[in-house]
Structures are given as structure tokens and as C-alpha cells.
Ligand binder design. Structure first.
Ligand SMILES: NC(=O)c1ccc[n+]([C@@H]2O[C@H](COP(=O)([O-])OP(=O)(O)OC[C@H]3O[C@@H](n4cnc5c(N)ncnc54)[C@H](O)[C@@H]3O)[C@@H](O)[C@H]2O)c1
Ligand SMILES: [Zn+2]
Length: 667
């Protein structure tokens, strides 16, 4: 019952979050997270929604295209909806897509094209003349941006046919134009554009078309909306026909029959991607036959006959301008790299974590070095290495600080540890960070008590400890006198603080910030012991005996509870009515306990769910099949993984058998 609730909450949370990101991305042309992160959250939402059809909601970002019509532009309803695309991220998912199509189209052929990172546009022609250019908008209604589109030199204003023609494609900003634009922005002390996509969108949606003219956009056209009126039967023929009519069509494309062929071509283009004069974020795979396309139709917001393969995160080079250290809630010192802003995987990056002193030494990072940075789904990117070949005489080796940058006390590096710590318990940085952690989403989840607010309330002496958070209501009147604190805002804040008292024990345990007790560890401890008192009473051996809790963690938990200050904090929280218990869950034994299991093919239950069940039975779920695999569980259309399991003699199990074993485990 409890998991049901949490997943429902997660669905709601993801829907809100993705909607917010999409609005920032499409409507304000200013993304706040990387595309990888966005895609990852979307996949999570889709998996959860598949699992909970009862929570279906047509408003969900998984079901609709988010985007609105800007004021100042005329609204136009599309003759045919403009769609989004489904996503695949690896070869296996390409295979699954190909198999799915093959079920509905005989001997399918696919056209593989570049996926331009710009904005979708529809062009309409009547009597051989350009009449209108319209953005995708929400898919149903777009914005008439004809004036701006007319500034794009490569778009024909006249074509040699009197029939109505509608073509669609992508307007983008070439890399060169983007560099020039940002150089200009910098000279004018204006904010830089995060990426060419946002810059292109911002230009097209500018009411002053001279702006667009100077931004030097270009476009590729990949969709002939009324191709069949012209007797065309395939996507390939449609591309050729558009080219003959004078539209700019990309010669990079290939007709493929198998998933292998598709993947090889994608890899080939992926390797050349850096040299292309425009940005691509993936490749689009489309069923070639137009009649079959129509037969397959569309889902809520994307065609079923096409999908987009997304390239993995990129690595790029930039300059390491400086290193500064920050102090965490445990007093841990983290060095951070200040980078010359650079685009990685679609977002502008100017900071990266460097973990610790040893990492800086082992990678031999010097101030002013050229470094390679990588961004892989995380919002915080990492520095992979320095490039010594690019050194001139300006590099300076970095001196690790000896004193805390906030309170000035001597930093300590314990025997055998990589990190430095500020061990001054009154270090303001530590106090603030521990409150931020306590109020964060995975901990007590105090909605309106964000980082900035905590910092400010600390500065004003309202918050000097975790205890103070629950004392804040006593100072309501004082708060109301502060600038920016309305009655409504203050009451909401106090309400959220009050509500946090009901969080599960796992959240509280995580929020306390016990060294080495992360989110997962806290959940395991809470489920195993069921109450704060039981955890506090447990001996080091008892703690270490819990699965996944190691001896060092057990030691750290004991150390935490042996501090008078911490015991007092917990007693205080108890008196304030903060929840200190949680339902206990016994781990079940099954054939999967301690085994390595691989899932493949299309399962009836969501993959994430199958994974969760297996993990709850003590299995380790792996991504690929090897000799070490104990079981492969397969669904429909299982491809290469199942074949490999057969070849290696790894036991295979159908989804039905799997469900049977799960039932056995419950009995
Ligand atoms: N970073 C963020 O905050 C954020 C927010 C929202 C969306 N996004 C990004 O946008 C994506 C979702 O956007 P979407 O709905 O436009 O889907 P999409 O960009 O994944 O795919 C659909 C679009 O691809 C484009 N396209 C480019 N080349 C094409 C070709 N050759 N054939 C057909 N279409 C082609 C079309 O404009 C089409 O509308 C996400 O996957 C994410 O990467 C990021
Ligand atoms: Zn300090």
C-alpha cells in the first residue's frame, strides 16, 4: 500500500517537474536542466504511467506537446497536427522498434536521417508562392512567424507547382552563427545563449525580424505533408521531390533494412558529428513506405512509425580558469572547477566538481589548463583529464588550501581518507549546509524552505540549527516584518515545516546527515529496525549484520549516537512530534536471492517494476548477459540478449514463470 502511494506521488511530482522544464525550454527558450536529465525523468514517468494505467491523465507531459503561442504572433491551426517523436537510447531499443514495426508492415525499410537540434517549422505554398511559416506550438496550434522565416536565405519563396504544398522541417542556427552571436552578446555585456537550439528559437520568436535576419539561421526540410497528393510512395521519394522543388534537403541519409544496418549508420554519423556545421542531437529512424506509415498511425503525441535515437553525452574541451573550494554539511571540503563556459550535451557549462585533492593531483590539473569535460545525465559535469599538449607558459599548479575558506579554522585530512574536513562544529558553512540537507526533497522535503531561504534566514539569525526550523513558528510575527515575507508566504512556510513532521523515518534518518548513511542506507535501516529508538539501541554488530550496511557505516552510526548533541537533537525532534517510526519489512527468500538477473524484450509489467520486485527479493539486476548471469527473464520480441543467453547456456525464464516464482516467494 505504501509503495502505491509513493509511486503516485512520484508520478505527480514528475509531471509537474517535466512541465516546468518544458515551459522553460520551449516558451522561454532557457532550459535549466540538460536534455539527458529531461529524457531520463521522462522515461521514468512513462515507465510509472505504464505501470499505473489507473492514474492516466491526458494532461501529462508524456501525452502532450508543451508550447504556447507567444503574444504578438498570429495563431494558426495546423492542417495536420505537428508531432513529437518517441525516443530510443541504445541498439537493443532500436531492435525493439524495428521488430515492432515489422509486425505491422511487411518487409519494412527505414530511412535514417539526422535529428537537427533546432525548432520544427511548417511552410505552406499556394499557387507557387510561399504563404506562411508556422511553428509547432502545442502541436495543434502554432505561431505565424512568416516575417522571420523570410529572412532565411535558403528558403524558396517561389516553387514550380501550383498545387498546395506543405513541407516541414527544422530551422536551426549553424554552429558558426552561434559562435558569432555569443561573441557579440559578450561584447555587448548581454547574457549568452545556452545552445544553438535556444538561440534559434529565440530568434524566430522575436517580433523584430531584423533581429532574425542578423542571426543567420538555416533549415533542412524532411517532411512532405501532402506527398501522396503528388503520387509519392516513400519518404525517400518525398525527400527527393522536395529537393527538386528547391527545398534544402540533407544528403546525409540512408535507407536501411535491419537494426544492425541502422545502428552502423548511426555510429558512423555519430563519429562525424563534431565536424558537421550544425548541431544534431540524434538520428531519426522512419518507416519508408508512406502507406504503411499511415496505417501505423500515431500515439498521443508521436508517430508509431518513427523514432528518435538520442546520442549519449558528449565530451568537450575548455579552459580551467580557477579552482575554489566549498564546505559541505559534514565539513567536507569540495574543490570545484571554474570553466570557460562551454556547451556540453545541449547546456552551457561553467562549473564542475573536482571531488578532492588527490583527484586534482592525479589528473595533474593546473589553473589555465585545457581540460576535457563530460556530462552524462547529471546536472553537474565532471572533469575527465587535462590536456598537457595544450600547455603554454601560463599554467599554475594548484595549492590546496590549508584553512577553511568560511571560518578560517585548520582543515583536517584523516588517515587514509581522500577528503579534507573543516571540523569546527560552529562553522557557519556546515550549519547552513546541514539545514539545507535536512529540508531537501529526499529528506524532510520542506517545500518552501529552499537553499536561498535557509541562507537568508541564517544570516538574519532565525536559523542556527536544525532545531530552529521547528522553532520558527514561535517567531512568526518577527518574520512578517522582514522584506519579502508576506503573511501568506510565511504561513505556507510554517505549514510545510509542520507537514514535514509526518515524513517516513527513512527520510528523517537521511536528513540527519549521518556520515555514510545515504538515501538507500537510510531506507534499509528504517525498514529493518522500524524505529529511531531501535536503531539507536542497536550495537555495532547488529547494525553491521544488516544487508548492505557495512562495518564502517555501522561504526559511523554508533559514533553519531554517542554524541550528546545528536541525542539531544533527536529528543527535541521527538518532543516536537516528528515521526520516528516506520513499518518493518522482512526480506523474502526466493530463487532470485543473491542472483544476477537480466531482463530483455517487452515485458507486460513495466521494466522498472520487474526490477524493483527482483531487487526486493535480493537479486542484482544487470544490463547485459555474461557467463555470470544466473537468469534471463524475457518478454515479447526479445532479441540479442536472449540469443546470447542461449549461446552461453544461461537459464531462461518467461515472464509467466517469473511471476510464478514471485508468487512462490510470497507464500
Ligand atoms: N532541457 C530541458 O529542460 C528540456 C525540456 C523539454 C524538452 N527537452 C528536449 O526536447 C526533447 C523533446 O522535445 P520534442 O517533443 O520536440 O521531441 P524531440 O526533439 O525529441 O523530437 C521531435 C522533434 O524532432 C525534430 N526533428 C529534427 N530532425 C528531424 C528529422 N530528420 N525528422 C523528424 N523530426 C526531426 C522535429 O522538430 C520534431 O518536432 C527532449 O527529449 C529533450 O531532449 C529538453
Ligand atoms: Zn569552517
Amino acid at each position: 500500500m505504501r509503495t502505491q502511494l509513493t509511486e503516485q506521488q512520484r508520478i505527480e511530482q514528475l509531471r509537474k517537474l517535466l512541465e516546468k522544464y518544458a515551459i522553460e525550454y520551449y516558451d522561454n527558450d532557457a532550459p535549466s536542466v540538460s536534455d539527458q536529465e529531461y529524457d531520463r525523468l521522462m522515461q521514468e514517468l512513462i515507465a510509472l504511467e505504464e505501470k499505473h494505467p489507473e492514474l492516466d491523465d491526458p494532461n501529462s507531459p508524456s501525452r502532450r506537446i508543451i508550447g504556447q503561442v507567444m503574444e504578438g504572433f498570429e495563431k494558426v491551426v495546423h492542417a495536420q497536427r505537428m508531432l513529437s517523436l518517441g525516443n530510443v537510447f541504445n541498439k537493443e531499443e532500436i531492435e525493439e522498434f524495428v521488430n515492432r514495426v515489422a509486425k505491422e508492415a511487411k518487409d519494412p525499410e527505414f530511412v535514417v536521417e539526422c535529428k537537427y537540434d533546432g525548432l520544427a517549422m511548417s511552410l505552406e505554398y499556394e499557387n507557387g508562392r510561399f504563404v506562411r511559416a508556422v511553428t509547432r506550438g502545442d502541436g495543434v496550434t502554432g505561431e505565424d512567424v512568416s516575417n522571420n522565416v523570410r529572412t532565411i536565405a535558403s528558403i524558396p519563396m517561389y516553387i514550380d507547382t501550383r498545387e498546395r504544398v506543405e513541407v516541414r522541417g527544422e530551422v536551426y542556427m549553424p554552429k558558426k552563427s552561434f559562435e558569432n552571436l555569443n561573441t557579440l552578446q559578450a561584447t555587448l555585456h548581454l547574457p549568452l545563449f545556452a545552445n544553438p537550439r535556444n538561440a534559434a528559437a529565440g530568434s524566430i520568436r522575436n517580433l523584430d525580424s531584423t533581429v532574425c535576419l542578423h542571426r543567420k539561421l538555416d533549415a533542412y526540410w524532411y517532411y512532405f505533408q501532402n506527398a501522396r497528393d503528388f503520387g509519392l510512395r516513400t519518404q525517400e521519394a518525398a525527400l527527393d521531390a522536395m529537393k527538386d522543388m528547391g527545398f534544402r534537403v540533407n544528403p546525409i541519409r540512408k535507407v536501411c533494412k535491419t537494426a544492425d544496418e541502422i545502428y552502423d549508420f548511426i555510429e558512423e554519423i555519430g563519429r562525424q558529428r563534431g565536424e558537421l556545421p550544425y548541431e544534431i542531437d540524434g538520428m531519426v529512424i522512419k518507416l519508408n513506405d508512406l502507406e504503411d506509415q499511415q496505417r501505423m498511425g500515431i500515439t498521443a503525441k508521436a508517430p508509431r512509425y518513427a523514432t528518435a535515437y538520442k546520442f549519449p553525452a558528449e565530451e568537450v574541451q575548455t579552459r580551467l580558469l580557477d579552482i575554489f573550494v566549498s564546505v559541505g554539511r559534514t565539513g567536507r571540503i569540495t574543490p570545484n572547477a571554474v570553466l570557460e563556459p562551454v556547451r556540453v550535451a545541449g547546456t552551457l557549462v561553467s562549473k564542475a566538481t573536482l571531488h578532492n585533492e588527490d583527484m586534482i593531483k592525479s589528473k595533474d590539473l593546473r589553473i589555465n589548463d585545457i581540460v576535457v569535460i563530460r556530462k552524462a545525465g547529471e546536472i553537474i559535469p565532471e572533469v575527465v583529464k587535462s590536456v598537457p599538449e595544450r600547455r603554454d607558459d601560463t599554467q599554475i599548479p594548484y595549492q590546496y588550501p590549508t584553512d577553511c575558506p568560511v571560518c578560517g579554522s585548520k582543515l583536517v585530512r584523516l588517515e587514509g581518507e581522500a577528503e579534507h574536513f573543516c571540523i569546527n562544529p560552529d562553522c557557519p558553512a556546515r550549519i547552513v549546509e546541514s539545514m539545507i540537507h535536512f529540508a531537501s526533497r529526499d529528506a524532510m522535503d520542506i517545500d518552501s524552505l529552499g537553499d536561498k531561504k535557509i541562507e537568508q534566514l541564517h544570516e538574519w539569525h532565525f536559523l542556527n540549527s536544525i532545531e530552529d526550523i521547528y522553532r520558527l513558528h514561535r517567531r512568526r510575527e518577527e518574520l512578517l516584518e522582514k522584506k519579502g515575507y508576506s503573511q501568506k508566504g510565511v504561513d505556507k512556510l510554517l505549514e510545510h515545516i509542520e507537514a514535514s513532521k509526518k515524513r517516513p523515518l527513512a527520510n528523517l534518518l537521511f536528513g540527519l546527515g549521518i556520515r555514510l548513511v545515504g538515501k538507500k542506507g537510510a531506507a534499509i535501516l528504517a525498514e529493518h529496525f522500524g524505529s529511531m529508538d531501535a536503531i539507536r539501541a542497536a550495537s555495532e554488530d547488529e547494525l553491521a549484520a544488516v544487508k548492505f550496511i557495512g562495518g564502517v557505516t555501522a561504526q559511523s552510526i554508533r559514533a553519531y549516537f554517542s554524541e550528546q548533541e545528536n541525542v539531544e537533537l533527536i529528543e527535541f525532534l521527538k518532543r516536537e512530534g516528528v515521526n520516528m517510526t516506520q513499518e518493518r519489512v522482512e526480506k523474502k527468500e526466493s530463487v532470485f536471492t543473491g542472483k544476477t538477473v537480466v531482463l530483455t524484450g517487452r515485458l507486460k509489467m513495466a521494466r522498472n517494476e520487474a526490477k524493483k520486485i527482483l531487487e526486493s527479493l535480493g537479486a542484482n539486476v544487470a544490463g547485459s548477459v555474461s557467463k555470470k548471469t544466473d537468469y534471463v527473464i524475457y518478454g515479447e520480441d526479445a532479441g540479442s540478449k536472449l540469443a546470447k543467453a542461449q549461446a552461453l547456456g544461461v537459464p531462461q525464464m518467461s515472464e509467466e514463470q517469473f511471476e510464478q516464482e514471485v508468487d512462490n516467494a510470497k507464500a
